[in-house]
Design a binder for this molecule. Structure first.
Ligand code: CAA
Length: 447
């Protein structure tokens, strides 16, 4: 059976940076360690005033196609995953295709384009759609372009403000991929929830604390559903476990619950229970009605064990290195996590071919998807070709006043001057170029 999966990936960060401990924390009167240690974030990326979800997505896709020597005739499908769309009818993929046609010889006239929405899960769902399209044999030898692009902004003074971010991840989905092959094993946890939503509004309505619980519940259900197909999971089955990362502190919680699930009813659990001085099994707590407190005591103990800390440092922590510097990119976030882990392994000179990843995606509203992937022979070259480090390094470091101005520019509800100051100079990239006659957004390529 032909493998299908991610052949190549390119990451485009917004060109501005908000330093959380040194700029944001003093302005908010907060302890910097709330951000660095509590949430696990050093900085957020923001789009410059001439950037948006289209330019970031088009710039990522342009670089990816150039690098891979592809033209429009090689692409049979363009799906954009976003929760920052500005048009309820015309999909963002048409804007991005229009940009790309201005720089490539050829048109995407026979490509199927669309826009996928299920909060942060939509990037993974777009990959699933592309996988199914190729497996069904409808692709005529062509690849699919999946672009996850978001400007993840919250209202000022919302608790989510510290977790903002902006950037795009472009992925090429192909037969016989070089990076990772997707397995057929997949599990879902899904429920009608109101943890985070944008009912015809730009900034989200968020019940932050509840959203954390909903994430954990849906992820647990997805893992159980995955196991019903793939069999029981164990801590050593997967080299890395990339999770959706709204902020690394969220992943620390998800990883602990995942670990506890994987060691349940095993000798390892008994050994750790001995070390912690607590029986972990849920039925042991139910009788006296102290289940919640006892479980949380057990989880706190589990977190401190050497076995858990070694596993977390090896399997989960490497997935967080990019997110720590750029914040939440909504639909792109879990794909940053996979890229972070593979980048770390490449830098360490490891050979991962044939090893497995367990990918945990989540979208508010709410649904989690867990699936397995196998790393392919050509992975190192494809990971080393990414330009993400350069983009992160070159960002303009905003003062707090500048941050507020940029936030207003990207806030559709605030009127800003027509000529808003740019903080960086465009360099061989697509830029926003004003509005057209029917209210459409216009773009051009700056040499
Ligand atoms: N030193 C070290 N740690 C500190 C600290 C300090 N000085 N001050 C606080 N902390 C810790 C806290 O103990 C807490 O850690 P724990 O959760 O492990 O206890 C952490 O830092 C955050 O502190 P608070 O809980 O006080 O922070 P908050 O209430 O201001 O905001 C939040 C937290 C509610 C999650 C907020 O960031 C938020 O609303 N974020 C947006 C929603 C979100 O991302 N939800 C995640 C699940 S939904 C999802 O994943 C979809 C999506 O992409 C949005």
């Amino acid at each position: 059976m032909t493998d299908v999966g991610i052949d190549a990936i390119e990451i485009r960060t917004g060109k501005l940076k908000l330093d959380l401990p040194n700029t944001f924390a003093p302005a908010k009167g907060e302890d910097p360690e709330k951000y660095t240690k509590g949430l696990g974030l050093n900085a957020s990326s923001f789009p410059d005033t001439y950037e948006d979800i289209v330019t970031m997505g088009a710039n990522a896709a342009h670089r990816l196609m150039e690098r891979e020597g592809l033209g429009p005739e090689d692409i049979g499908r363009i799906d954009v995953a976003t929760e920052s769309s500005f048009d309820n009818s015309k999909p963002v993929s048409t804007y991005i295709a229009g940009c790309l046609e201005a720089v490539f010889d050829g048109e995407f006239s026979h490509a199927n384009k669309g826009e996928r929405k299920f909060a942060c899960l939509a990037g993974t769902q777009s990959i699933d759609d592309a996988y199914n399209w190729i497996k069904a044999g409808r692709h005529r030898g062509r690849s699919a372009l999946v672009i996850a692009t978001d400007t993840a902004l919250y209202a000022r003074n919302d608790p989510g403000e510290a977790t903002q971010g902006g950037g795009a991840v472009a992925m090429l989905i192909s037969e016989e991929p070089d990076l990772v092959a997707l397995s057929t094993e997949q599990g879902y946890g899904s429920a009608d929830e109101t943890d985070f939503l944008k009912p015809n509004q730009q900034f989200p309505s968020v019940d932050g604390k509840r959203s954390v619980q909903v994430y954990l519940s849906r992820m647990r259900e997805a893992l159980e559903d995955f196991e019903s197909v793939a069999g029981r999971t164990h801590t050593e089955d997967f080299t890395y476990i990339p999770f959706h990362t709204p902020f690394p502190g969220m992943v620390r919680k998800a990883a602990l619950f995942g670990y506890r699930h994987m060691i349940r009813d095993t000798q390892k659990e008994d050994e750790l229970a001995g070390e912690i001085g607590r029986q972990p099994r849920e039925e042991a707590f139910d009788d006296d009605g102290t289940f919640e407190e006892a479980l949380s005591e057990y989880m706190d103990g589990l977190k401190r064990t050497d076995a858990y800390q070694e596993w977390y440092a090896r399997v989960v922590d490497p997935t967080l290195s990019i997110s720590r510097e750029v914040g939440n990119w909504y639909t792109g976030s879990v794909h940053l996590a996979r890229a972070s882990a593979l980048k770390t392994a490449a830098e360490e000179g490891r050979d991962l071919a044939g090893e497995r990843l367990l990918v945990g995606s989540y979208g508010s509203g709410a649904q989690a998807e867990i699936h397995a992937e196998t790393v392919q022979e050509g992975w190192t070259e494809k990971i080393e070709a990414m330009t993400v480090d350069e983009g992160i390094e070159k960002r303009y470091d905003l003062s707090y006043d500048e941050y507020e101005r940029v936030h207003d520019v990207h806030n559709h509800d605030v009127e800003t001057d027509a000529d808003v100051e740019e903080f960086t100079a465009p360099e061989a990239e697509f830029v926003f170029d004003g509005w057209g006659r029917m209210g459409e957004r216009k773009y051009r390529f700056v040499e």
